[in-house]
Design a protein around this ligand. Sequence first.
Ligand SMILES: [Zn+2]
Length: 340
Amino acid sequence: MLHEWGGRLSYETVGDPRIGPTDALIRVEACGVGLTVLNYTNGNHGRRPEDLPRIPGHEAVGTVVEVGAAVGTLSAGQRVMSYFYLFCDDCDLCRLAHEPLCRRLRGQVGVAADGGYADYLALPARNLLPVPDGVSAVHATAIPDAIATPFHVSRRASIAPGDTVMVVGAAGGVGIHMVQMARAFGGEVIAIDRGAHKLKAPSEFGALAALDGDAPDLRDRVRAVAPAGVAVAIDLVGTAHTLDFCLAMLGPRGRLVLLTTFPGVATEVLPRSMVQTEISIIGSRYASRWEVAQAARLVAARRITPVVSEVVPLTKVEHLHDRLRAGTLLGRGATCPDPS
Ligand SMILES: [Zn+2]
């Protein structure tokens, strides 16, 4: 339970959530742990007093135990995962399957509504999507965000065979799946992260090059691999430094994709150089439900391998948060309720 933005979580006994007619109740089997949870609990995406206290966790996987009277799409016993944007399902953008851009967005699971760091979770039935057979609960926690988000990014950036795709932050929860997804779309990947120990995994997933972001001659190393510049740069770190670096590495007609942002971070863009090289700067916000389902299909087909490197019981979840803050966790983590 989070009681204060930026505070540590406390482990508490609370009542089971209640469901309304359009909701479903799931027994949580596992919930993903990644930097987005920390961004949310730190209040980077909003600090509304009415959102506290709150149970965090937006990547929940579990089994349906109860459905509301008006729910016709789910039944008890079904395995599901959370779609974590609380969209209205009625506005023009929702109807066009741009749910993250919903005009009446209520916020995110784990911020505006209680999330999956719990034994039970109640959500609108439309926020629960089926988990394919043969995918474990722990692996499935990576699908709703860490794998679906790269699927949306790849479509936003129109990654195509022959494109050189530079991923900055390539060993993190979204990054390690972004490396795989860019390859699944036909791209050749230059993976960048900090520290040699974090570069092994992107290499194992087929990155053309894995480079240490702290190397003083990083720009030369990227140019050695992509002499004409990269076709796509994906900034998963989101500092002014990484933004400038990504812009500098783009080749003609290059696309910079932005999705990790922090309040107050900005960079200078020169219209003249944008025109002369026809580069594009593309914002990418989460993924649609259809894209989450496609991400799940790619996992079930073994074309994307979920990387969940550490699983802890709920009582130890702050230990994983500490590792995320220290930047020592490869890929995603997950937490599971204590067996009872
Ligand atoms: Zn809507």
